[in-house]
Every structure is written in structure tokens, then in C-alpha cells.
Design a protein around this ligand. Structure first.
Ligand code: ZN
Length: 223
């Protein structure tokens, strides 16, 4: 069966990466829906941004309560009293144990209910965050586990896995979504939409990637 005739569920946070994945999935699959996890993010705005984007793109959207995760694994994304930092040889305080394992497992349960075997996630190994559950080997391992667990042929797609941030912006541009993603998504750890606060690690990474891509594009287009 061609992908165009199949359904996909996109793990969607309303940020740059997962919104790029949502546009990518809409191009690849006949039917697409999005699932967002509420795990007690400090910035409630994330959920509202995700809802607004899904509505604008006409995508069915489910928000699942995963607040238990924030309680079990205190982290800088859910707690005001934990600073965003990375000590030498340690994972950043923005890492949440088990997050992608749980999110993708719940996304798979939802996908099977909807008759969708494709799951799309914006995880990426090249952005140097060092999150173990963003690695390709983890995704492949989980794909096998989910198929065995539910006796179903899931395919987990990771269109951003090997892309730099500049290349993710390029993909957004190729999908005709550069301005949309630039102005309507929320990546900033301080909860500010679009270009964000400009200072947190997420904003710095996003801006550097955009600047690199736009510089490259201008160079290519110059006669
Ligand atoms: Zn920021």
C-alpha cells in the first residue's frame, strides 16, 4: 500500500521540529492527526500553541494527560526551581527520563485505535543535546518492541534524525512552511513564541540554524 493511502499520527509539541514533521507528514500520508502530551510543562502556552497550529492546519488533535511523568521525574521543563543547565559529563536538566519511551508508546496505542500504523516524531541525533531517547538506535529498538507488544506493523518515521538545525529549516522551506514555522511555533524554554527570548539554549540553537540556512540560501540564489 502506498503511504498516500495510509494514516499517520504525529507526536506534536507545537515547536519547530514537530511542526516541520506535521507538514512533512501531511505531504506523505493520506490522513494525519497529531497528539500532544501534557506533562506539566512550565509553559502552558506550549499546549495552546499546539492546539492553535493543529486547528489552523485542519488536523485532528488529541492532548493526553501525562502529568505523572513530571511528578516522577522532576526536571527543568516542569519545575521553576530547577535551572536549565548542563554540567560536564551529565545530561542537561531539561532531559526527562522515559519521556520519548512513554510518549511514543502512548502515541502507538492511539495510532492503533485509529487504524494508523505510521508514527512520526521529530527526534534528532545531530542537535548535540545528547538525549539518549533521541538516538536512532533507541527508536529502532522501540519500533521492534511496539510491534511485538501490540502485534501490529508500526513504522516510526524520524524525518529529522540526521538533519542539522539549518537543514531542518531547509526542509520547512521545501515544504512551503518556513514563515509559518518561524512565526507560529514555540521552541523557547522561556515560553516566548516565534523567535523567542533569544537567550535560552533552544533559542540559540534555533536562531543559529535559521541564520545558517538563510545565509546559505542567499549564497545559492546570488547570480
Ligand atoms: Zn528562549
Amino acid at each position: 500500500m502506498k503511504m498516500k493511502e495510509e494514516k499517520a499520527v504525529v507526536v506534536f509539541s507545537g515547536g519547530q521540529d514537530s511542526t516541520t514533521c506535521l507538514f512533512w507528514a501531511k505531504q506523505q500520508f493520506g490522513a494525519v492527526e497529531a497528539v500532544t502530551f501534557d506533562y506539566g510543562q512550565r509553559h502552558r502556552r506550549e499546549i495552546e500553541v499546539a492546539q492553535a497550529i493543529a486547528a489552523e492546519l485542519g488536523v485532528r488533535h488529541t492532548v493526553l494527560d501525562m502529568s505523572l511523568l513530571g511528578q516522577l521525574a522532576p526536571n527543568a521543563l516542569t519545575r521553576d526551581d530547577i535551572a536549565i543547565e548542563q554540567k560536564e559529563g551529565e545530561l542537561p536538566t531539561t532531559f526527562v527520563d522515559g519521556r520519548n519511551l512513554l510518549f511514543l508508546s502512548f502515541a502507538a496505542v492511539l495510532a492503533k485505535q485509529r487504524g494508523a500504523r505510521h508514527i512520526v516524531t521529530g527526534v534528532c541525533e545531530t542537535d548535540f543535546s545528547g538525549y539518549p531517547d533521541c538516538r536512532d538506535v533507541f527508536i529502532k529498538s522501540l519500533n521492534v518492541t511496539l510491534n511485538l507488544a501490540m502485534d501490529y506493523e508500526f513504522v516510526i518515521h524520524t524525518p529529522l534524525m540526521w538533519l542539522t538545525k539549518a537543514e531542518t529549516w531547509q526542509l520547512a522551506d521545501e515544504l512551503g512552511a518556513l514563515e509559518f514555522i518561524r512565526t507560529k511555533t514555540l521552541t523557547c524554554y522561556n515560553g516566548i513564541i516565534a523567535d523567542g527570548c533569544g537567550e535560552c539554549p533552544a533559542c540559540v540553537l534555533r536562531k543559529r540554524g535559521l541564520d545558517d540556512y538563510l545565509r546559505e540560501k542567499a549564497g545559492v540564489e546570488r547570480p
